[in-house]
Structure formats: C-alpha cells, structure tokens
Design a protein around this ligand. Structure first.
Ligand code: PMP
Length: 285
C-alpha cells in the first residue's frame, strides 16, 4: 500500500502517497497511541460521514489526546481526499496519532498529535462470503473488560488481539474469528459486529465491552422499521447451536451472512439476505 501514486492528506497538506511517512520514534508505533476510522463512500458520498468523524474525536479523547482539527474541518478534508482519489466507491481511512517529539517514554503529553486521511479502493471485505456465508473460527482471545481498556475507542491497541485472531482463523481456512468477551459471552468478530436470528427475532450482543458499530446501529434501525424484534443482550456460547441465521455488520464488512462458526452451522436465510440487500440500497440512497 505504500509505494504507489496518489495523495494522502497529512497534517494540513496533500502529500504524495509514497511520501506520506512518519518517524521511527513515533510514540504511536511504540505505545499504540493511535485512533482511526474506517469509512466507505458510495457514489461519491461517504456513508454516515459525520458519525465517523465524531467517533474519531471521541476515540481520541478516550485515549487521552485531542485532535486539533474540528469535526467540520475533518468533514471537508475527507471530501477533498475522496475527490482527489477520483473514486466513486472508496474506503476512507482517517488516523490520528501521537508523534515523535519531546518524550520517548510512556508519557507523551508534549508530543504533537497528527492526523492523516487516505482513500483507496476496497472491494468485498469477505470476498464471496456475501453469497455463500462466511466461515468463522472461534478465537482464543477474549474482548477485554471495560476496566482494562476504553472499549468504545476505535483505538489501535484494541486491534492487536484482532490481528492475532484473524491470522489464526485464516490459517484454518476461515474468513474471520468470532471472539467471546472477558465474561465468556459472545462479543463480535475482529472487525465487525454480529447478529443472530431465531424464530423470526434478532439477537445481538449488548455492546458493553466492544464497539457499538455505526453499521450495527443502522441495521438495528432497519430491522425495527421492518417490525422485527431486536434483542440486545448477553449471549451465551451454548446458545449458538439454537440460532438459525447469523450475519456480521461493519463499514468494511457491510452486511455479510455467516454460514459457520466453529462447529455450528447457519443457513444463509431470507432475513440475512434481505438485510444485506436493504443495506446495499440504503448506502446508495
Ligand atoms: N467491531 C470492530 C472491532 C471493528 O473494527 C468494527 C469496524 N469499525 C466494527 C465492530 C463495526 O463498526 P462500524 O460499523 O462502525 O464500522
């Protein structure tokens, strides 16, 4: 991704893609002082753009730094970056981090906070799983307790266990991993929230120790509009056997049906397919 043509906005300037670099003593690289957003544009318009920028600001505050660009300014920059990319459908990545500076220890209050925004093409996150249903592994890593880390921040530090979980899953031929939380309840996948269907009603884990995704909230709204009951609650592992359908939601994942989690099988059923199609329509409205 680094050595290519294009432009990335970095700290107020449109920078050549291959020149958008940071110093090796960047605080974020050593101590994970970084927060980011993943967004998608459809037909030249970023879906839920402002919600993402607001979350970026909140994430920064949660990990103890402030982004010097306002939400309005970031909104303008994202539009500029998208235009410069010449893409109509694109993935947008905004990232804010503590840079190199006065301090190289754990504390870094005097180091500058940087911001960069890039846009590129990113097709289906789970390949052909959208039609066939994704196959998920069960991760050995648990989503941590809110007392150990600010779970509602989309912060780099929370992704270390996600990368390890996803690598283990891919080594077994799976598309992703489902993670339990620190109490043993079903939590989410490594970059997407999870939903289940049973007897015409929808069940989804209560987001009390992981990201309450923007797509998750959108999909809950869509289901409620259809008159479908949505239960946000703690889900025990032994319940997996009784669920009929399952899907994942996320900006990159969109709505992707799941066919298998470990030894449990799910049908790529009508509701999963309907919600996936409805979401595809909604993002292009
Ligand atoms: N959980 C995790 C760990 C994620 O990385 C993402 C993607 N941002 C989500 C859930 C879904 O969030 P959203 O729908 O806001 O993209």
């Amino acid at each position: 991704y680094d050595d290519r043509d294009g432009t990335i906005w970095m700290d107020g300037m449109m920078t050549r893609w291959r020149d958008a670099k940071v110093h090796i003593l960047t605080h974020a690289m050593h101590y994970a002082s970084s927060v980011f957003e993943g967004e998608r544009a459809y037909n030249g318009k970023i879906f839920k753009s402002r919600e993402h920028t607001e979350r970026l600001h909140r994430s920064a505050k949660l990990i103890d730094f402030e982004i010097q660009w306002s939400v309005d300014e970031i909104e303008q920059v994202k539009a500029q970056v998208l235009r410069a990319s010449r893409l109509k459908d694109a993935y947008i990545r905004a990232i804010a981090w503590r840079g190199a500076g006065e301090d190289m220890g754990v504390a870094s209050a005097r180091n500058p906070v940087h911001l960069a925004i890039a846009a590129w093409e990113w097709g289906a996150y789970y390949g052909d799983a959208k039609t066939k249903g994704a196959k998920l592994d069960i991760s050995k890593w648990k989503r941590p307790s809110p007392e150990t880390i600010p779970c509602q921040a989309k912060a780099a530090g929370l992704y270390m266990i996600c990368t390890m979980s996803k690598h283990a899953a891919e080594a077994k031929g799976c598309s992703d991993a489902m993670m339990f939380d620190y109490r043993g309840y079903v939590a989410e996948a490594t970059g997407a929230n999870i939903f289940f269907v049973k007897d015409g009603e929808v069940h989804t884990p209560k987001p009390d120790c992981f990201l309450n995704g923007i797509t998750r909230q959108t999909v809950i709204g869509m289901l409620q509009e259809k008159g479908i009951k949505v239960h946000e609650r703690h889900i025990m592992p032994e319940e997996l056997e009784g669920f009929e359908q399952c899907w994942l939601t996320g900006t990159a994942a969109e709505v992707t049906p799941v066919g298998q989690i470990g030894d449990y099988n799910f049908e790529v059923g009508a509701l999963a397919r309907d919600i996936a199609a409805d979401y595809e329509r909604l993002v292009r409205e």
